[in-house]
Design a protein around this ligand. Structure first.
Ligand SMILES: [Zn+2]
Length: 145
């Protein structure tokens, strides 16, 4: 398996209305953020480029929450309230998928998610956000730079 190889992983909200897929590498790097919102939600971020994410069901069921600068588009299922993914302020050109909402997150054995969760200091967002910017760059652009 090369570094570029990805697996399309499915996931969704609790009631099943909202479904998505994200193309992720074999070993997934994720961030556990301590900002005011993520800490309450337990959201574990997997930031993906635009081309590696797609909503497969329930786009019309999403409700939006914004605060502070209003750049981040916090989307959640209007029925069950689960936030499976959103447009993050750090990466408005891409998506942040909630690792906890991937079907593979709680799976064991074959097909289980190989995930490395690192802390992200979102309480000091201004000082740290730039470190995440590259995560939503398209793969071609990453190779070129
Ligand atoms: Zn739902």
């Amino acid at each position: 398996m090369t570094l570029d190889q990805v697996i399309w992983r499915a996931g969704g909200c609790h009631c099943g209305a909202v479904r998505f897929e994200a193309a992720l590498p074999q070993m997934v790097k994720a961030q556990a953020c301590n900002c005011s919102l993520c800490e309450k939600l337990g959201f574990i971020h997997i930031i993906t480029p635009e081309s590696r994410f797609r909503i497969t069901a329930g786009a019309d069921r999403l409700t939006r929450y914004t605060f502070n600068t209003g750049v981040a588009q916090h989307l959640f299922c209007a029925t069950c309230g689960v936030k499976s993914f959103y447009r993050p302020r750090s990466n408005p050109d891409g998506w942040s998928v909630n690792a906890r909402c991937l079907d593979a997150f709680q799976q064991d054995g074959a097909g289980a998610l190989d995930i490395r969760i690192e802390p992200f200091d979102g309480r000091n967002w201004e000082a740290n956000a730039a470190a995440l910017a590259h995560l939503s760059h398209e793969p071609e652009a990453q190779q070129a730079s």
